[in-house]
Design a protein around this ligand. Structure first.
Ligand SMILES: *Cc1c(COP(=O)(O)O)cnc(C)c1O
Length: 377
């Protein structure tokens, strides 16, 4: 819409925005191809689906939807407080963790202020910063030949780009779409190296897949010593509730107070709140989901058709695959076979695509289709 006549009326930050490009819904591809069984491995959803307990909890509260939800999310905050052994005053609920990222931007960013983020970091950091009218400062990633974590966040560079106008630093651990991650020592050093008067957002959307990985540490352990930390979590990935939109932040009570001032009063609906409480109780479902993911990761990497990505798979339910050629035509060829993955051109990674780990049968279909797509493209 470059010829949009209303463009000059928009706020400067909004004029520079381009909308987030979500993964294509399988129904859209089914309509296009006239097929019935598209496979979407493009948005890092849990292929196992939600906990049956969450489904039951939703059914139970459905008759009550004529009423507004609990705007303070009492029951969900209590459940999360127990889960994290933290005061409920440290929790901010969001309509997905995307919403929480927006709240951070709304509360702390605006014209004349900056947010630091690494190149190839999750796209919403840039979007939220830009929409708030602040300046996104994008730092160079680790080089592709980096011995440990190619394309990962270069923490030294991020620290060196912080200046007097910086109010927020965004970092994801592990990161989407690259699957790169930081070990606990690195992350701790980073948090300690940053000034105390800027907000440090650590996005842990994939933490359930990462927390058992040797070397990985959850950032919440540093919250007491670093009240400028905001840790974002979501029910969209391992918890299998992406369609409901629930996420939250852990922070100091002071930061939570500010986030709650800009929050819409009823930002998390009642069905989502009930489902999240039940999903949190069903940790066995998380354990199974992680186990299925570990096996799927192995399946996609091993074997003659495997992707052979080596011994350090990401601690997440995604793979960032170097196609060695432009990835967009590979993705298009995959779509012609009914398989949706994510080309990473919008992330400046034109030769990469991102695959969500699926169930065994889905992974087999993906490998088969990818083999053909690469020959075709
Ligand atoms: C998926 C994802 C999110 C957010 O998802 P919500 O559905 O809004 O909770 C946030 N950060 C990263 C890095 C993600 O991959």
């Amino acid at each position: 819409m470059s010829d949009n006549p209303f463009q000059p009326l928009a706020m400067p930050g909004v004029q520079k925005l381009r909308p987030y490009e979500p993964g294509k819904p399988p129904e859209a591809l089914e309509r296009e191809l006239g097929i019935a069984s598209a496979l979407k491995l493009a948005s890092n959803e849990n292929p196992l689906g939600p906990s049956p307990e969450a489904l039951a909890a939703m059914a139970e509260v459905l008759p009550g939807v004529a009423r507004y939800p609990d705007g303070n999310g009492f029951a969900l905050k209590e459940a999360l407080a127990g889960h994290h052994d933290i005061d409920p005053a440290c929790i901010t609920l969001g309509n997905g963790s995307n919403d929480v990222l927006e709240l951070v931007a709304r509360a702390f960013l605006g014209p004349g202020r900056k947010a630091v983020m690494a190149r190839h970091a999750f796209a919403v950091y840039w979007l939220a910063t830009q929409a708030a009218g602040a300046e996104p400062v994008i730092t160079p990633p680790n080089p592709a030949q980096h011995p440990m974590m190619p394309l990962g966040h270069d923490l030294e560079s991020m620290v060196s780009h912080v200046d007097g106008a910086t109010r927020v630093v965004f970092i994801a651990n592990p990161n989407n779409p690259t699957g790169t991650w930081l070990n606990g020592e690195e992350l701790k050093g980073f948090i300690e190296a940053l000034p105390e008067n800027i907000v440090i957002v650590v996005d842990e959307a994939y933490v359930e897949y990462a927390s058992l990985r040797p070397g990985y540490l959850e950032a919440s352990r540093w919250l007491a010593d670093h009240p400028n930390l905001v840790i974002t979590r979501t029910f969209s990935k391992a918890y299998g509730l992406a369609g409901l939109r629930v996420g939250y932040a852990l922070s100091s009570p002071g930061v939570a107070d500010l986030l709650n001032r800009v929050r819409q009063p009823f930002n998390v609906n009642s069905v989502a709140q009930a489902a999240a409480v039940a999903a949190l109780r069903d940790q066995e479902h998380i354990r199974r989901s992680v186990e299925i993911n570990d096996r799927g990761m192995e399946q996609l990497n091993a074997g003659p058709r495997g992707l052979g990505l080596g011994s350090r798979p990401p601690p997440a339910n995604l793979l960032c695959v170097h196609t060695g050629r432009p990835a967009a035509p590979v993705c298009a060829a995959l779509e012609r076979q009914g398989v949706i993955v994510r080309p990473l051109e919008p992330y400046g990674l034109g030769e990469f695509l991102r695959i969500t780990i699926g169930m065994e049968k889905e992974n087999r279909r993906l490998l088969q289709a990818l083999g053909e797509a690469i020959q075709e493209a």
